[in-house]
Design a protein around this ligand. Structure first.
Ligand code: GLN
Length: 544
């Protein structure tokens, strides 16, 4: 198959950002996959950053990591979860990367002194990237989301490239899905269609006519509004699909398919109709909705970016998937680490009442002492504990200080003069850091880890070799391995050569596991990650 056989679906946004455009795009992918098609996705981020990995989680939410080590926007996480496919560096492109590639080519003389312009050079590069993703993935459908909203200056080259692609390949190969907000006006109690009309005008002024409009609303949308949008935006009313806010995002594929979105897509591409098999999704929704209230686990998430749920989105989705697996309800209690240090009663109450304690990943020293207090509480009170990346390092520091009795043990990230750097930076990474190569100084992407048979991790995975994704600079210091193990902190997972400690556990504790990697990047709603599954199971047991 060549990229010529691929069908291209562009997903654009209108009126406001943060509408769930990525979820709509991923849901369309899930529906097509449920028809047995191969689907791949590509997210265009119109910002100038070359490396989304160095962007602040405050502004952008979590940095998602792919198997090949690519650091991406959190939307790629939605794609992987909905599509249940492992994506690659082909799946994310920023304007910064495009410009960098073109400027490098220019420096190497590729353009032979020609004037380099947005049209055709940038737009050609965008199309080239789309073809490349289609070809390498061998997908039947390539779903491309354009970040931001139509009308944003920085998004224009992508809309122009999309228009050109449609012009070159024709309407049977390229389609446009526009996701736009249908706002509700409280004073007059009505949904207003004008903003959608205006955003479609913006699209059309760029030569793009949407084939489907997904009308995002906080409330149910009636027929009259759909017809109005259809009339003003010039498309059949069946192609205007309401998307009210649902109880869970995993209901979106089912909701879109209720309005026969697959039929519209197949018609457009002149393909034979197929019925998507959404049984597994339906079963999951049932489990999420019918979770037994008695069967509830309260998980304390002890973090720094606690006010920004998006900074931990993959962890939240992993916990939800695990809770649904056990048909249980889930309550996530956000505990601000710094407030634990300040002996804040409310934060301590939340921690003490938790059925499980989770310390997520993070960077920088703020809040680390509070996290150490939380790890200690979990260890001493036998509360199930899951430490992810930084969380594993915190658990190690706590154990070293309070059990192994290594006074003032710390990570050299937080105290470069600690007498006991039980967590330290490996020399290769340090060299890069000193050269200010922040992006390059991390251990990124998938690494194989071998597990010891007698461990909770082995029990969870039920195999002795696993592969998990990493994103960190610091590691457990091998000079302290023996002391830590002798005092009861077992290293139950290591890199294949045995040199990197990947998992620590306390065998005498009901469930205490810290992992140097990020299992949350591999958990899928229909296939919860074994560590999250067993962590929730252990937390449900503490209740009785
Ligand atoms: N700051 C720690 C490190 O760089 C942990 C990183 C993380 O949690 N992702 O090693």
């Amino acid at each position: 198959m060549t990229s010529q056989d691929c069908k291209y679906i562009f997903v654009t946004g209108g009126v406001v950002s943060g509408l769930g455009k990525g979820i709509a795009a991923a849901s369309i992918g899930a529906i097509l996959k449920a028809c047995n098609y191969k689907v791949f996705s590509l997210k265009f981020d119109p910002y100038l950053n070359v490396d989304p990995g160095t962007m602040s989680p405050y502004q952008h939410g979590e940095v998602f990591v792919l198997d090949d080590g690519t650091e991406t926007d959190l939307d790629l996480g939605h794609y992987e979860r909905f599509l249940d496919e492992n994506l690659s560096s082909l799946s994310n492109l920023t304007t910064g990367q495009i410009y960098q590639e073109i400027l490098d080519e220019e420096r190497r003389g590729k353009y032979l002194g020609k004037t380099i312009q947005i049209i055709p050079h940038i737009t050609n590069k965008i199309k080239e990237k789309a073809f490349e993703a289609a070809k390498i993935s061998q997908a039947d459908f390539l779903i491309m989301e354009v970040g931001g909203t139509v009308g944003d200056i920085e998004g224009d080259p992508y809309f122009e490239a999309a228009r050109q692609l449609h012009n070159e390949l024709g309407g049977a190969k390229v389609m446009f899905v526009h996701v736009a907000l249908l706002p509700y006006l409280k004073v007059s109690h009505e949904l207003k269609t004008k903003p959608i009309q205006a955003s479609v005008r913006e699209l059309r002024s760029r030569g793009i006519h949407p084939d489907i409009i997904i009308a995002r609303a906080d409330y149910p949308v009636d027929k009259e509004h759909l017809e109005k949008i259809s009339l003003f935006c010039d498309l059949p009313s069946s192609a205007v699909i309401p998307a009210p806010t649902l109880k869970t995002i995993y209901e979106v594929p089912i909701s879109l398919e209720k309005h026969k979105i697959s039929e519209i897509i197949f018609d457009k591409f002149k393909l034979r109709k197929k019925e998507p098999d959404l049984k597994a999704w339906k079963k999951l929704i049932k489990k999420i909705k019918n979770g037994k209230a008695k069967h509830k686990s309260r998980i304390a998430m002890v973090g720094k970016y606690t006010e920004h749920g998006d900074a931990y989105i993959s962890i939240i989705e992993s916990l939800k998937a695990a809770a649904a697996y056990h048909s249980s309800k889930l309550n996530i209690e956000w505990v601000v680490a710094e407030k634990l240090e300040q002996k804040d009663k409310k934060e301590w109450y939340k921690l003490k009442n938790a059925d499980g304690i989770l310390i997520p990943g993070g960077f920088g020293s703020r809040g680390t002492e509070g996290k150490i207090l939380a790890a200690r509480f979990a260890r001493e009170n036998k509360v199930p504990f899951l430490g992810l990346c930084l969380g594993m390092q915190i658990a190690t520091i706590e154990y070293a200080r309070n059990v192994t009795k290594l006074k003032d043990a710390n990570s050299s990230e937080f105290n470069s003069r600690t007498p006991h750097p039980v967590i330290h930076i490996m020399s290769e990474q340090e060299k890069k850091l000193l050269k200010h190569e922040y992006g390059a100084s991390m251990r990124l992407g998938s690494w194989t880890c071998k597990l010891s048979k007698k461990s909770k991790s082995f029990k969870a995975y039920n195999k002795d070799k696993i592969s998990e994704r990493h994103r960190h600079r610091y590691e457990l210091n091998n000079s302290y391995r023996k002391q830590l193990e002798d005092s009861g902190l077992h290293i139950t997972g290591t890199s294949v050569d045995g040199l990197l400690a990947e998992i620590v556990e306390i065998p005498s504790h009901p469930w205490f596991v810290g992992v140097q990697f990020h299992p949350e990047f591999k958990s899928r709603p229909l296939r919860p990650h074994p560590l999250f599954r067993d962590f929730i199971e252990a937390s449900l047991k503490t209740k009785v």
